[in-house]
Ligand binder design. Structure first.
Ligand code: NAP
Length: 293
């Protein structure tokens, strides 16, 4: 066991709320003793508060306030959004000052080590800051969130209930898919079961399934009997859009991600590396997740 018992999750959004809920599930067996959510506003989140999660309000421009919020915490889990990525620098500085034992970096995608461009480059920059601080960290590479990509968010263009999908790229690149509840389960298992030395500055790769987008859409059509209207954007179009508009969301983030996949960067690790630290982990398959949405 790690001996890590007290946890702060920073940001209670898409992935943060699943991690918070998984942590509180382990309070009855005393694997976890306390869970706090740190957010810029504590208004709302009634469902999480009802589960015993304490919310504390933080201000990233107030180092003394951040330091006070982190007292008595073993592990900080960063789950803030892309827009707040660099807020992790002040968070990490406060964590170091507060004597935090371990910091989970804001990742939850594909490997970013050594990357220099876009959100991937910023994530790598934050990791380098943790190294310079000598604050032990870990990174969880999850691949694409199976339940998030296909839940009908218009910007990702998989409108399966209405029979439409836009595939950016050929759709033939293998991609790692993991559902949000499985991501939370794997993270909490590692944080509570591996020793601090095993976790220090380690990258953990997980994967619920490995399939191309075309395979996912094909299986979905077979299992539902629905015919999808699928259109494609070429790799050349993606490259042009990313190059010409690197700073807008649609191109600098969305199409950049699809281009990474098209270029073979869509997997969290080798088949031997994924899920390696928890052999009993039984994550859901991507189309099973979609059919439950
Ligand atoms: N692989 C995938 O498929 C996938 C999908 C989604 C996300 N992700 C990754 O998961 C991570 C978390 O994303 P998410 O979707 O969970 O985030 P999110 O729900 O968009 O936001 C999480 C929290 O970040 C905080 N936040 C927002 N803007 C901020 C700012 N400017 N400064 C500081 N805090 C800010 C907000 O909390 P408060 O306002 O309450 O402080 C918000 O609740 C990111 O690394 C993202 O790249 C991956």
């Amino acid at each position: 066991m790690s001996g890590f018992k007290t946890f702060a999750v920073v940001g209670a959004g898409d992935i943060g709320r699943f991690i918070l809920e998984e942590l509180v599930r382990h309070i009855p067996d005393e694997t976890v003793t306390s869970v706090v959510a740190l957010t810029r506003s504590s208004v709302g989140y009634e469902d999480l508060k009802a589960q015993g999660i304490v919310f504390k309000t933080i201000d990233y421009s107030d180092p003394a306030g951040l330091l006070a919020s982190l007292q008595g915490i073993d592990v900080v889990i960063s789950a803030i959004s892309g827009g707040g990525l660099l807020a992790q620098i002040s968070l990490a500085d406060a964590a170091k000052a507060a004597g935090i034992k371990h910091f989970v970096l804001f990742e939850y995608g594909n490997p970013t080590i050594g990357k220099t461009e876009g959100i991937f480059g910023l994530k790598n920059r934050v990791r380098e800051h943790l190294l310079a601080l000598d604050l032990p960290y870990s990174q969880f590479f999850t691949g694409a969130f199976a339940d998030w990509f296909f839940d009908g968010r218009p910007e990702w263009a998989f409108d399966l209930p209405n029979g439409k999908a836009v595939v950016r790229g050929s759709g033939n690149a293998p991609i790692s898919w993991t559902s949000s509840p499985d991501i939370a389960r794997y993270i909490v298992y590692i944080l509570t079961h591996l020793s601090p030395a095993e976790q220090k500055n380690t990258r953990f790769a997980m994967e619920g399934d490995r399939k191309t987008i075309n395979q996912v859409l094909e299986e979905y059509q077979t299992r539902t009997g629905k015919k999808l209207d699928i259109t494609y954007e070429s790799k050349e179009f993606l490259e042009k859009q990313v190059e010409e508009h690197p700073d807008d969301f649609e191109n600098g983030v969305i199409r950049r991600l699809f281009l990474e996949w098209e270029n073979g960067q869509g997997q969290t690790g080798t088949p031997e590396e994924v899920n390696k630290y928890w052999p009993e982990f039984r994550p859901a398959k991507v189309v099973d997740v979609i059919l439950r949405l």
